[in-house]
Each structure stands twice: as structure tokens, then as C-alpha cells.
Design a protein around this ligand. Structure first.
Ligand SMILES: Cc1cc2nc3c(=O)[nH]c(=O)nc-3n(C[C@H](O)[C@H](O)[C@H](O)COP(=O)(O)OP(=O)(O)OC[C@H]3O[C@@H](n4cnc5c(N)ncnc54)[C@H](O)[C@@H]3O)c2cc1C
Length: 400
């Protein structure tokens, strides 16, 4: 079956849905191809996957017509962040507070399923936009050919789509990136992230915690129902062992690892594990194809930046496309797509380098680096301008 659209978006994760929503101000025919049904969200129970999102991301989601509904339904703002490592005690942790930078909070913890559900419902509200949205779901991109005037996309269902532009938001293992042979730099951290939710004896007090110990990182994020979400990054072998433990034993391990900072812990939602990867596509664009979000770059979740970077991609890409459409440009033109690449690549590489170095420094067992780490954290706590500048960068309040 032959179909025709102006733009095809591959992947309806948060980034793909944001791109689609941000483009609805144009009278375009947009196709969304997604291999899985978009998960629903329910107020009854917290969904397992949550993300810490920045002010910049909230602005993008607001522009996409989703933030006010998300904020009304369920978010957890955090006001403080405490980071400590193996050699020091939780009481000596590096402390960031929203008061130091004059903001109301440092960010918000939001369920991924809620963000997707609200983006999807904003897209379905046809009174609010000019675009015509067609879903191909569940369906999969299986082949892609580029011609001078258009791209041809073959779906697994045998549907064939002609379009001016293909936007790949199909995640870390992007099939689009692979079909187009866009060169990538990738490195497995040989780590997995174990995600679970906990009830804690002491109140989280709207504080996010992060502890580095040996090769592991434990992030604890405060949730709106008083529980916490954890991401425990560790070796694959260890993650699989932790996953096999009973909830009681896992809770005990988390209490030990977090040095009892939140008192005794019980597991309120059982754990799952996710592989972690560092990936960067050397090219974000080629004729009639553009990559965004995890399809272009994947980072370690230790600083909660992956989605924030992807939402910045979505904001910049759609700005470039909207301006080009108004100027009557061909939306698949390579020189146009390169404007987006120039605007985003440097910024993404810088953030990835910072995160990768941070990971290397905290993972090092070299005693000199361990000592430097201890001194560095102590100094950083005292030098407020440097500390505040770091936190502003991480929150997207300041450009890198
Ligand atoms: C444990 C963990 C914790 C994290 N915490 C944070 C955090 O606190 N803050 C933060 O900013 N980031 C965080 N991240 C990173 C964040 O989750 C990702 O950066 C973000 O979800 C990427 O979104 P995306 O839309 O680009 O890709 P994805 O969410 O991977 O979406 C890709 C979509 O494409 C679809 N798809 C794939 N292939 C095809 C195909 N061939 N055809 C059709 N559809 C296809 C998939 O089904 C999927 O729906 C975390 C990551 C992990 C692993």
C-alpha cells in the first residue's frame, strides 16, 4: 500500500512525540511510526520509569502543549541534591540547594509514561493544531531509500510511505541510523541500571541523593507520594544478582549502600534492569534524514541528562523546520538539516564529555584520583560561585 506524508517520525518515545507536537502549528501531513503501543498512565500507581527533568525541558513540553496537564496530574519537584562518595560520610555530602541559585526547585521528577500520555493527548486534540497526524502503530521501519526529491520508507506491514523528511527518534539502537550507515562512536559502560521504587522510614524532604561507591552509582529520586525511585548503576553481573534477590534483601542492600540516609527501606515496586551505553552519532543528518534524542546520543543516567538533551534537540530541530517551512524551503534539504546539527552537536558532545569524565573520575580506584575527589568535593562545597554555576548548567538554566 502506498502512502504519502510531508514528514515521517520514526519512534514515539518522548522525543519523537515532542517533535510531532511542536510541528503541529504547521499545516503538514505527519506520520508517526511506532513499534509498540504507547503505554497508558494511571493515577492509581506510580509507573516504574521516571526522569529528572530540567527547566528547559519543561519549557519544551509546555510549548508542545503537555506540561500544564503533566504538572496538574503528578510531578515531584526537588529542592536539594546531595552527592557523596565512598570515602566520606553522607553528612559531609556535596550539597546543592535551589536557594543558592534563586529558583523554586532544582527540577522535577516525572513519570515517563505520564509525559508520553500527555504528549499523545495533546497530539490528538485536533482543534488546537493545523497538522494532520497519521499513526502507524504497532508497525516498524524495515527499509529506507533516499531519492533526490523524497525518501521512501518501507514498514514491516508492507506499507510504503513517501515523504520529504524522515525524523529518526527511534532510540539508542536506531534502525534508521543503521540503515543510513551514519557512523557512530559507542562504548558500553558494561553497566546496567537497576530501577525500583522504595518506601523510606525518613522523609525524603524533596532531596535527590547520589552516592558513588567503588564502580557503582546509586541515585535516589523523591516522588510525590513520599516514596523514592532508585537507579543503581553497577556491573551486569551484579545487576542480575541484585535482581534475583527478594525485595527484603534488596531493600537491605539499598539501605547499606545509601548508609541509612533515609532510614530503613522497603521495596514498593520491584526492580527491573536496563543496559547503559555511551553512544554518539558522528553525523546527525544526511539527505532527507535527521536523528534526534537517543538515536543521536546516549549518556550515562548518573546526571539524569539523556532526556533533557533529547528535548533540547526536539526544540531546536522544530524551530529550524518551522522557519524553513515559512520561507518555503524543502524540509529534507541537507544544508537546512545541517543548521540543526551545528546548533546541537557541540552542546551534546560537551555534556557527554563532562558526564563521561565524571563517570571515569568516580569509578577510578587510583589513590591519587580518590584523594583529589575528596578534596574536590570539599572545596566545591565551599566555593559557592563554582558550585552554583555547575548546577545551573546541569539544570539547563545556563548554556554550556
Ligand atoms: C535507568 C535510566 C534512567 C534515566 N533517567 C533519566 C533522567 O532522570 N533524566 C533524563 O533526562 N534522562 C534519563 N534517562 C535517559 C532517558 O530515558 C532517555 O534519554 C530518553 O528516554 C530517550 O528518549 P527517546 O525518545 O530519544 O528514545 P526512546 O525512549 O528509546 O524511544 C524510542 C522509540 O522508538 C521506538 N522504535 C524503535 N525502533 C523502531 C522502529 N524500527 N520502528 C518504529 N519504532 C521504533 C521504540 O519503541 C520507542 O518507543 C535515563 C535512562 C535510563 C536507562
Amino acid at each position: 500500500m502506498q502512502k504519502q506524508h510531508d514528514i515521517v517520525i520514526i519512534g514515539a518515545g518522548i522525543v519523537g512525540l515532542s517533535v510531532a507536537s511542536l510541528l503541529t502549528e504547521l499545516p503538514l501531513s505527519i506520520a508517526i511510526v511506532e513499534s509498540h503501543e504507547v503505554p497508558s498512565w494511571s493515577p492509581e500507581a506510580y509507573s516504574l520509569r521516571v526522569s529528572a527533568i530540567s527547566e528547559a525541558s519543561k519549557k519544551t513540553l509546555a510549548k508542545a502543549g503537555a506540561w500544564s496537564a503533566i504538572a496538574q496530574k503528578r510531578i515531584s519537584n526537588y529542592t536539594d541534591m546531595r552527592i557523596w562518595e565512598q570515602a566520606i560520610d553522607a553528612s559531609e555530602s556535596l550539597h546543592f540547594s535551589c536557594k543558592d541559585i534563586g529558583t523554586e526547585n532544582l527540577g522535577s521528577i516525572v513519570e515517563n509514561a505520564l509525559i508520553r500520555a500527555e504528549l499523545q493527548s495533546s497530539l490528538a486534540n485536533s482543534d488546537l493544531h493545523k497538522a494532520n497526524i497519521t499513526w502507524y502503530c504497532p508497525d516498524k521501519l524495515s527499509a529506507l531509500q533516499i531519492f533526490e526529491s523524497h525518501a521512501e520508507i518501507q514498514l514491516q506491514s508492507d506499507i510504503n510511505i513517501k515523504a520529504k523528511l524522515v525524523i529518526a527518534a527511534d532510540g539508542t539502537n536506531s534502525v534508521t541510523r543503521k540503515i543510513m550507515h551514519l557512523p557512530e562512536v559507542s562504548r558500553s559502560y558494561a553497566q546496567y541500571g537497576l530501577v525500583a521504587q522504595l518506601q523510606t522510614q525518613k522523609s525524603h524532604q524533596h532531596t535527590a541523593y547520589q552516592r558513588f561507591y567503588d564502580k557503582d552509582v546509586l541515585g535516589i529520586l523523591p516522588l510525590a507520594n513520599g516514596d523514592c525511585s532508585i537507579v543503581w548503576s553497577c556491573s551486569q553481573v551484579k545487576a542480575e544478582k541484585l535482581l534475583q534477590l527478594s525485595d527484603e534483601l534488596l531493600a537491605q542492600k539499598v539501605t547499606e549502600f545509601s548508609q541509612g540516609v533515609l532510614g530503613d527501606i522497603t521495596i514498593s515496586q520491584s526492580a527491573k534492569i536496563f543496559p547503559l551505553q555511551l553512544l554518539h552519532s558522528r553525523q546527525y543528518v544526511s539527505e532527507r534524514v535527521v536523528l534526534c534524542g537517543d538515536a543521536a546520543h546516549a549518556v550515562h543516567p548518573l546526571a539524569g541528562q539523556g532526556l533533557n538533551l533529547g528535548l533540547l534537540d526536539a526544540a531546536v530541530l522544530t524551530e529550524v523546520l518551522i522557519d524553513a517551512w515559512k520561507a518555503n524551503f524543502d524540509l529534507g534539504d541537507l544544508s537546512l538539516l545541517r543548521q540543526y546539527e551545528r546548533k546541537r552537536k557541540g552542546n551534546n558532545v560537551q555534556m557527554m564529555t563532562v558526564l563521561d569524565s565524571l563517570f571515569a573520575v568516580f569509578q577510578s580506584t587510583n589513590p591519587v584520583l580518590q584523594q583529589a575527589r575528596r578534596i574536590g568535593m570539599g572545596l566545591l562545597n565551599q566555593v559557592k560561585p563554582v558550585k552554583n554555576s555547575l548546577v545551573e548548567q546541569a539544570l539547563g538554566l545556563k548554556k554550556l
